[in-house]
Ligand binder design. Structure first.
Ligand SMILES: *[C@@H]1O[C@H](CO)[C@@H](O)[C@H](O)[C@H]1NC(C)=O
Ligand SMILES: *[C@@H]1O[C@H](CO)[C@@H](O)[C@H](O)[C@H]1NC(C)=O
Ligand SMILES: *[C@@H]1O[C@H](CO)[C@@H](O)[C@H](O)[C@H]1NC(C)=O
Ligand SMILES: *[C@@H]1O[C@H](CO)[C@@H](O)[C@H](O)[C@H]1NC(C)=O
Ligand SMILES: *[C@@H]1O[C@H](CO)[C@@H](O)[C@H](O)[C@H]1NC(C)=O
Ligand SMILES: *[C@@H]1O[C@H](CO)[C@@H](O)[C@H](O)[C@H]1NC(C)=O
Length: 903
């Protein structure tokens, strides 16, 4: 059975206890659980629809992420499917959802506090527009991050307003329908609450507010108790306004004895509202892209960054042939890549990034690459790599083909920051002569830089001659699979003789050991004490191949479970990596605890772990063990008291409950802690041609003094910021960066911004990576209208079992009124055929014909900015008049008559 362990490590926290992502729920229901319930439900529905359309069965064995992902991928997922991508996508959404309580703790609109209804709705409207624009441009990560934030605000409406106190059990659809007005809001002069001396009263909303169904929300004051006269408060320890009359609070964040019914109603409404928002996004995006945004995709991605300068023609040919091999050999299997990414670089040009899901297009693109220009100079390797890191999904494997050092070595810190934030693995296939270039200065690059980058990411740096390259590319085939895990990864510089023990569990398949280094000798020993030497190409334990600086040992497939060791000897630097394919894997997040009205923590999912900790990859080895605490739902939080000096990774050991087999895993991306912190939060999208101001905060626990700020973005947008800040130990210093996307930027474009703060000594540094979106200001909030003009169902027999040979027909007129125009019309439900007239016409006619056995139809019309209009019709006898020939029923599916301007 597939098993996925998730852990979050509480390590980067400098101090402070951990507490919950509270909002809505001190008990079982939190933002995370509400968001999770809604996401899983909507993914399930979407998968069901996709399966029905594809003509295959959708029978998940349960509602867990693994079971859903497996069932959803359909017939191609014959073996076990790793749900790591899906779980990571969920996690990204949860984290952004939770961060709203840290980054916008004092912003009323983000929480629908203090009657900021129009502003709160404005955030939702803008956010939804951004998500839709991002999805159109296939910028799924940016879409997920905004989705997390928008859901938080939407959910807070139900716990912070008096909506459920007013007796409403459904959702307030107007919050996600900007064309509908927010009505009956209590104005600033209207008192809304009675005094509640105890602080927790079951009902303090004034009777006339209840009677008139006026909408209000609790005021929140973190620094002051001021609020307009007679107004309700949020309540709770952090809200100072709750102590000013009228005292108490109306928040339903936690379940308390006095508010059980209201809390439960708020959770229910917030869950339903989340589902509605997701449905709107799904309708605009289409099922396929909605699922891709949710990480329901085969996990393997092919990402090549290729040097195209004059001397590279053999390398390009080899890259081309390996791409063809991957595409042709994995077609139709669960290892078939879900996406192909190609970034060429030269000198001085690099890019553009080519992304496609179509294997034939990838073949065409890579066949177009020609080696030319550049000459014998270092090249723009890191610029190309930067595009790949920002454009590829997180946790991708990226392969860089080059024969020269990097001209743009100044980007190295940015690349490391991107590696850490994306957790992608970067491997280099270097074919240049070893010491072709002498270091001209300290800043001049060498192949050692590539080795450092590879190690930092958990990838490998392979150095071979051009003639040997074809023998080295097996490593790419090995890794272009789903469910790849790392058992052990270590580096030694300088090299020395050392024994490395590791444990192989029953679930591991295709176990491969890689050693990179020169002058290496080794002996491998299995749990039974059988050994194989480096010079036995084909032995009792496996087959050994060596090319350039790479050794590849593929273990034989027979029983391998137990404790192994490898004894390596070399006086040169070397790396050791043990990998395999397995369903037992884990995902993690480093989290920071934060305080405030809704203090936060990060959720861990998985099964009991015996042992978890941090370990240094480059010797000497130091291990810090973590304290695990069960957070319920099988979620685990790990706190590590001491953090190793320097770069470290996460190690995890445990017992698989099902097989009783012990296992060990390690994370790939190296991390280190820093005394400096730099923080910034994305609040809204940018507009083309407009300067966008981003505030950021820098703090150091190291010495006071000057710190250098650097910032880069992957699209070359103009930026200005102060490059030096004077910090005082322990104090936050604010600054602003201005970034301006060009006027002609396409709506939905994302830009990855990397900012770094470095002490003047260079000893302490830290970074933040932000994904911003450029979205053209949306002024079209009109949904397409769909009007059923006629239904001809007279032929359908009353007895449904006789429906077989008979057909019915529906005709509808669709328009987008003053909107941007309809872009697509599709069938959401119904097994018939849909024909439409030209979509550019003012009125579009749609004809739907179906068998009388398929009794319902739902049409979806999406306009150019993603507003969704729907049309539903049923010929089932229970749903209204029986199937007679109706002429012009004039049944309006969605009538949007009133509208307001965006607040
Ligand atoms: C993994 O191992 C199986 C047999 O155990 C084999 O059929 C398959 O080709 C291997 N996959 C790779 C990528 O080597
Ligand atoms: C820095 O910004 C935060 C909010 O972003 C604000 O609360 C704080 O007062 C600012 N500090 C200074 C010194 O301006
Ligand atoms: C539907 O559209 C057609 C073609 O534009 C038009 O002739 C007809 O009057 C429309 N019907 C209704 C009911 O609006
Ligand atoms: C379309 O715009 C015109 C002029 O701005 C306005 O008079 C009309 O009411 C609008 N129609 C709709 C359906 O909004
Ligand atoms: C829809 O059906 C009507 C009546 O049969 C016909 O006039 C019209 O051309 C059809 N439209 C399309 C797009 O097929
Ligand atoms: C379409 O057909 C499938 C089975 O072929 C059925 O399960 C489904 O309910 C049908 N959908 C509609 C809307 O009739």
């Amino acid at each position: 059975m597939a098993s996925l362990l998730g852990i979050a490590l509480l390590t980067l926290a400098l101090s402070g206890p951990t507490s919950a992502f509270v909002p809505i729920g001190g008990g079982a229901s939190t933002h995370t659980s509400i968001t999770g319930t809604a996401l899983l439900q909507k993914v399930k529905e979407t998968c069901q629809a996709v399966a029905a359309a594809g003509g295959y069965e959708f029978n998940p064995t349960g509602l867990s992420a693994e079971e859903l992902a497996q069932a959803c991928l359909g017939p191609t997922a014959t073996g076990e499917v790793s749900a790591a991508k899906f779980v990571s996508a969920l996690q990204e959404i949860y984290i952004q959802n939770g961060l709203v309580d840290r980054d916008f703790v004092n912003s009323a609109p983000h929480h629908f506090n203090s009657e900021a209804f129009l502003e709160g709705r404005g955030l939702i409207t803008e956010g939804v527009g951004t998500i839709k624009a991002n999805i159109r441009k296939k910028n799924f990560q940016a879409a997920r991050e905004t989705l997390g934030r928008v859901l938080h605000t939407l959910q807070d409406f139900y716990s912070h307003s008096n909506w459920v106190d007013l007796g409403f059990t459904g959702t307030y659809i107007n919050l996600i329908q900007p064309s509908l007005p927010l009505q009956n809001l209590a104005d600033i002069y209207t008192a809304t609450c009675s005094d509640c001396a105890s602080g927790t009263c079951s009902s303090s909303i004034l009777p006339n507010i209840l009677k008139e169904k006026k909408l209000t929300s609790g005021y929140m004051g973190i620094f002051s108790n001021a609020k307009p006269k007679g107004k309700c408060s949020h309540g709770g320890a952090s809200d100072l306004t709750g102590t000013a009359a009228p005292r108490g609070g109306i928040s339903k964040d936690e379940r308390r004895p006095d508010n059980v019914a209201l809390h439960t109603a708020a959770v229910k409404a917030a869950t339903e509202a989340s589902l509605e928002l997701l449905e709107d996004i799904r309708s605009a995006a289409g099922d396929k892209d909605f699922l891709r945004m949710m990480g329901i995709a085969r996990s393997s991605v092919v990402c090549f960054v290729i040097d195209t300068t004059g001397s590279m023609s053999d390398d390009i040919e080899e890259a081309r042939s390996i791409v063809y091999e991957i595409i042709d050999s994995k077609k139709g299997t669960q290892d078939e890549p879900s996406e192909y990414i190609l970034v060429p670089f030269n000198d001085p040009e690099f890019g553009p990034i080519i992304k496609t899901t179509n294997p034939d297009e990838m073949k065409t693109e890579i066949s177009k690459l020609k080696a030319n220009g550049g000459g014998d100079t270092p090249e723009m390797c890191l610029s190309g790599l930067q595009l790949a890191l920002t454009g590829a999904p997180t946790s991708s494997s990226i392969y860089v083909f080059t024969d020269a050092t990097a001209k743009d070595i100044a980007l190295k810190d940015t690349i490391i920051a991107l590696i850490r934030s994306t957790r992608s693995k970067v491997s280099f296939l270097m074919t240049g002569p070893l010491s072709r270039r002498r270091r001209r200065s300290l800043r001049a690059a060498s192949f050692d830089d590539y080795k450092e980058l590879a190690l930092a990411s958990g990838g490998q740096a392979i150095h071979v001659s051009k003639a040997q390259l074809p023998q080295a590319t097996d490593i790419i085939l090995d890794t272009s699979t789903s469910a790849l895990v790392t058992v052990l990864h270590r580096a030694r510089n300088p090299g020395k003789q050392e024994i490395f023990p590791f444990m192989l569990d029953e679930s591991l398949k295709n176990i491969t050991i890689y050693i990179t280094g020169t002058g290496v000798t080794f002996t491998l020993t299995n749990p039974a004490g059988v050994s194989q030497n480096h010079n036995e190409a084909s032995g009792k334990l496996g087959s050994i191949k060596s090319v350039g600086n790479l050794w590849r040992i593929r273990l034989n497939a027979d029983k391998q479970t137990g404790n192994w060791q490898i004894n390596i000897n070399s006086n040169q630097p070397y790396t050791l990596k043990v990998t395999g394919q397995s369903m037992i894997t884990f995902i993690y997040d480093f989290v920071e605890s934060f305080e405030g009205p809704h203090p936060g923590y990060a959720v861990l999912r998985g099964r009991p772990l015996e042992d978890i900790g941090l370990v240094t990859v480059s010797g000497p080895e130091t291990v810090s063990k973590g304290k695990t605490s069960d957070m319920g739902n099988g979620d685990i939080l790990v706190t590590v008291d001491a953090i190793p000096e320097g770069e470290f990774v996460i190690i995890l050991k445990g017992t698989d409950k099902l097989s009783q087999s012990e296992f060990q895993r390690q994370s790939t991306t190296q991390m280190s802690i820093s005394k400096v912190s730099i923080q910034a939060a994305v609040d809204s999208s940018m507009e083309p041609g407009k300067a966008f101001e981003l505030s950021f905060t820098v703090m150091t626990q190291g010495p006071s003094g000057q710190y250098f700020i650097s910032a880069r973005n992957d699209r070359g947008y103009l930026m200005s910021f102060s490059q030096s800040l004077t910090l005082t130990t322990g104090e936050y210093t604010n600054s602003t960066l201005t970034i301006t996307p060009p006027t002609n930027t396409a709506s939905g474009t994302d830009v990855t911004l990397t900012m770094e703060a470095k002490s003047s000594s260079g000893v302490d540094s830290n970074f933040v990576v932000l994904r911003l979106s450029v979205v053209t200001k949306i002024t079209d909030f009109y949904q397409p209208l769909c009007e059923v003009v006629s239904v001809l169902a007279g032929d359908c027999p009353k007895d449904v079992s006789q429906c077989g040979p008979f057909q019915w027909e529906l005709m509808a007129n669709l328009t987008d009124g003053n909107g941007t125009g309809i872009e697509s019309i599709s069938l959401r439900q119904g097994n018939g055929t849909l024909l439409t007239t030209d979509l550019t016409a003012a009125i579009i006619q749609a004809n739907y014909t179906a068998s009388c056995c398929s009794q319902i139809v739902e049409l979806i019309a999406v306009d150019k900015v993603g507003n969704v209009g729907k049309c539903f019709y049923s010929i089932a006898p229970s749903a209204g008049p029986p199937a007679v020939t109706l002429s012009l029923p004039l049944w309006l599916c969605l009538l949007v008559s009133a509208f307001v301007t965006k607040p």
